[in-house]
Design a protein around this ligand. Structure first.
Ligand SMILES: Nc1ncnc2c1ncn2[C@@H]1O[C@H](COP(=O)(O)OP(=O)(O)OP(=O)(O)O)[C@@H](O)[C@H]1O
Length: 592
C-alpha cells in the first residue's frame, strides 16, 4: 500500500479563499483590525502593561498601514502561522478561542483581494529581532531580519491594486473602520498627514442606560423606538438591546439585526439571532462566545447558537409580561401597532397567548370585540372555520343570541380554540354551518303538514344543485331563507361543474375523485316560517307559482351570500324573475 498526500495548487487555494470567501473587498480592514486587537489581547495575556492601540495610516499613492502594539511574531511563529494557510495561534486551545476574534488562520488572505503584496514588519514581545515578511498571492514569501530597531508589535503595509484604490482613500477607510471597529476596546486611530482621529470613542449601545439607548436608536434610525428591551444571556456571553419598532412590519420583511462578536461588527443584517416571532423588534447584540463562520459574516448554527436565541426570546417575553402591569398604555400601543406579528406569536407560544389573547380583536356576531369583551358575557363560543361560513350565519346567529366568532382570518380559528386553556368554564365549538339551521325551533305538526309539499317540491328542484330544504321558525323574521354551505359542498359543486364541462377522459377522472372522496354533501336551504313571503309561497295553490318562488328564494339566497352561481342557476333566476314580472304586469293590466 502506498500512502500519498493530496497535491495542493497553492495559487488556486489562495484565490479561492481571498476572492470567494468574503462578500466584499472592504473586509480586509476588518481582518487587519481583528488581528491587531487579537495581538494586543495576546500581549496582555503575557502580563505586559501598555497603552494598547491600533494605528491605521494612509499615505499618498494609495498605500496603507496597520500598526498594533500587540504581541508581535517570532521567526518560528511566522513560519508556523503566517506562512501556513489555515495556521492560527488562536484555534487550538479553548481558552484562546474565547479571547480572540480570529481562529481560522485565513483572515490575512483577504488582503490579497485588494493588494498584490503583504509586507509585515514585526517584533515579538518575546524576542528583540525586528523581522520583515513579504507574502505574494502566488504562495511565495520571504523573511529577513531588519537592522533597525522597532517597538514591540506589528505593522502590515498594503498597496492598492488599481481597481481597489477607492478602498484606500480616507473617507472609505474611515467609514469601514467605524463600521467594524467603532466599539472595540482597543483604541483605534486613523492618521493621514498630520490629521489624526480616534475611531472608537462612543460607548457600545449594549452598555447604555435606557434614555441613552433610546436617543442612540433614534439617531441611527430617525425614528423614536417604542421602547428598549435589554437582552442578556449568560450562555454565549451576550449583551444587547432590542428596540421596539414604532411602525408595523410585514411578516415577509427580512429581519436585520446588528450583531457584534467581541465588540467587532459581524453582520448588520443577521436575520436569525432572535426567534422568528420577534418581528416587532430589531436587535443590536454583542456576543463573546458564539462561533463565527470562516467568512465571519454569520454564526455557526450549533446547539449553543439556538440556546442563545431561545434565551434572548425569553428576555423579550419577560419584558412584555412585566410591561402589561407596569405600563398598560404602552403595552396596548405595542399590541395595536404590531397586531399581525403578535397574533402569530400568540398561536405558537402558550405564555404569550395568555398574555395577549384578551387584547386581540375578533369579528363576532355582536360586532368587533376584544377577547376580554367576548368573555365578559359569553362562556359558550362558536367559531366558523372560514369567513364565508361566518358571513352566512352572523346576522341570524345574533338574533338567536349566539356568540359566533369569525375564525376565517389568519390564526383566528386557532386563537379562539385555545381560549379553553385559559379557563375550563369556557366552551368553544366549531360551528357546523350545515347543521346550523337544525337547531332552530321546529314547526308544530299541523304547520309541518302544511309546509311539507313545498319542501318536497324544493328538494326535487334543488337536487341537482346539491341542496336540501327544511323549514324552521327563526329570527330575524325579515330573512326569508338561510342558505348554508361549506367547503365540502363547494368542492363537490365545482367537481360536478368540471365533470359536465370536461372531455370524456377528464370527466371520468373527476368522477372517480368525487366518488372516492365524499358521501355526497348537501348545502341547506332553510325556509323561515316566521317570514310572511315564505308563508304566502307555501300556501300558494298554483304549482308554477310555487316553483318560481322556490327558484327565486334559492337564487336570491345565493346572490345575497356572495355564492358563485352556475349557468343553470342563472337561467333559473332569469326564468323565475320573468315569470313574476309577467304575472305582475298581467295583474296590473287586469286591474286597470
Ligand atoms: N498583527 C498581528 N500580530 C501578531 N500576530 C499576527 C498578526 N496578524 C496575524 N498574526 C498571526 O498570524 C496568524 C494568521 O492570521 P490570520 O488573520 O490569517 O488568521 P486568524 O486571525 O488566526 O484567524 P481568522 O482566519 O479567523 O482571521 C494568526 O493566528 C496570528 O498568529
Amino acid at each position: 500500500m502506498k500512502n500519498m498526500n493530496f497535491q495542493v495548487n497553492l495559487q488556486g487555494v489562495i484565490d479561492l479563499l481571498s476572492n470567494h470567501l468574503y462578500s466584499e473587498p472592504g473586509v480586509f480592514i476588518r481582518e487587519l483590525l481583528q488581528n491587531g486587537v487579537d495581538a494586543v489581547t495576546a500581549r496582555k495575556r503575557l502580563g505586559h502593561t501598555f497603552d494598547e492601540a491600533v494605528k491605521v495610516e494612509i499615505y499618498s499613492s494609495h498605500n496603507i498601514s496597520f500598526t498594533d502594539n500587540g504581541c508581535g511574531l517570532t521567526e518560528d511563529e511566522i513560519d508556523q502561522f503566517l506562512a501556513r494557510i489555515g495556521g492560527s495561534t488562536k484555534r487550538d486551545d479553548q481558552d484562546s478561542a474565547d479571547d480572540f476574534i480570529g481562529q481560522f488562520g485565513v483572515g490575512l488572505l483577504s488582503c490579497f483581494v485588494v493588494s498584490e503584496e503583504i509586507v509585515l514588519i514585526t517584533r515579538s514581545a518575546l524576542e528583540d529581532d525586528a523581522l520583515e515578511w513579504r507574502g505574494k498571492p502566488d504562495g511565495t514569501y520571504s523573511i529577513k531580519k531588519l537592522k533597525r530597531q522597532v517597538p514591540i508589535g506589528t505593522t502590515v503595509y498594503l498597496k492598492a491594486k488599481p481597481e481597489f484604490e477607492e478602498y484606500f482613500e480616507y473617507y472609505r477607510v474611515s467609514e469601514l473602520l467605524e463600521k467594524y471597529g467603532q466599539y472595540l476596546p482597543t483604541t483605534i486611530m486613523l492618521v493621514e498627514d498630520k490629521f489624526e482621529r480616534t475611531i472608537n470613542e462612543s460607548k457600545p449601545p449594549w452598555l447604555l442606560d435606557k434614555p441613552e439607548a433610546m436617543a442612540y436608536v433614534e439617531g441611527i434610525t430617525y425614528n423614536k423606538p417604542l421602547d428598549i428591551i435589554p437582552l442578556t444571556s449568560l450562555i454565549g456571553g451576550v449583551n444587547g438591546i432590542a428596540h421596539i419598532l414604532p411602525y408595523a412590519v410585514s411578516l415577509q420583511d427580512e429581519k436585520k439585526h446588528r450583531v457584534y462578536l467581541k465588540n467587532m461588527l459581524l453582520s448588520d443584517r443577521m436575520n436569525n439571532i432572535l426567534p422568528p416571532w420577534a418581528f416587532f423588534v430589531n436587535g443590536i447584540i454583542n456576543t463573546n462566545s458564539l462561533r463565527p463562520t470562516a467568512s465571519r459574516e454569520a454564526f455557526q448554527e450549533n446547539d449553543l447558537f439556538f440556546a442563545v436565541r431561545d434565551e434572548l426570546g425569553e428576555c423579550i417575553k419577560r419584558y412584555l409580561i412585566e410591561l402589561a402591569d407596569r405600563d398598560p398604555d404602552l403595552f396596548r400601543r405595542i399590541v395595536l401597532i404590531h397586531y399581525a406579528s403578535i397574533k402569530t406569536m400568540a398561536v405558537e407560544d402558550d405564555e404569550l397567548y395568555a398574555l395577549f389573547v384578551r387584547h386581540l380583536r375578533f369579528e363576532t356576531s355582536y360586532g368587533e370585540l376584544t377577547m376580554a369583551e367576548i368573555l365578559r358575557d359569553h362562556k359558550e363560543l362558536l367559531v366558523t372555520p372560514t369567513l364565508d361560513e361566518y358571513r352566512q350565519v352572523a346576522r341570524v346567529a345574533r338574533a338567536q343570541e349566539l356568540m359566533v366568532i369569525n375564525g376565517g382570518y389568519v390564526h383566528d380559528l386557532d386563537l379562539v380554540r385555545k381560549v379553553t386553556e385559559l379557563d375550563e368554564d369556557i366552551k368553544v365549538d366549531i360551528l357546523n354551518t350545515l347543521e346550523f339551521a337544525n337547531q332552530f325551533e321546529e314547526l308544530d305538526l299541523e304547520d309541518k303538514l302544511t309546509a311539507q309539499p313545498f319542501i318536497d317540491q324544493s328538494n326535487a328542484l334543488l337536487e341537482d344543485f346539491q341542496c336540501r330544504a327544511l323549514v324552521r321558525w327563526f329570527e330575524p323574521a325579515d330573512i326569508p331563507v338561510l342558505y348554508n354551505t361549506n367547503q365540502d359542498v363547494n368542492f363537490f359543486r365545482l367537481a360536478e361543474e368540471s365533470e359536465q364541462q370536461a372531455n370524456a377522459l377528464f370527466a371520468d377522472v373527476v368522477r372517480v375523485i368525487k366518488d372516492d372522496l365524499y358521501d355526497v354533501p348537501y348545502a341547506k336551504l332553510c325556509f323561515n316560517y316566521n317570514n310572511p313571503m315564505v308563508r304566502k309561497a307555501m300556501e300558494a295553490r298554483d304549482p308554477h307559482l310555487r316553483k318560481a318562488s322556490i327558484e327565486l328564494f334559492y337564487t336570491q339566497a345565493l346572490l345575497l351570500g356572495n355564492h358563485p352561481m352556475g349557468p343553470a342557476e342563472l337561467r333559473m333566476m332569469n326564468d323565475s324573475l320573468l315569470q313574476f314580472m309577467n304575472r305582475g304586469l298581467d295583474g296590473a293590466e287586469v286591474n286597470r
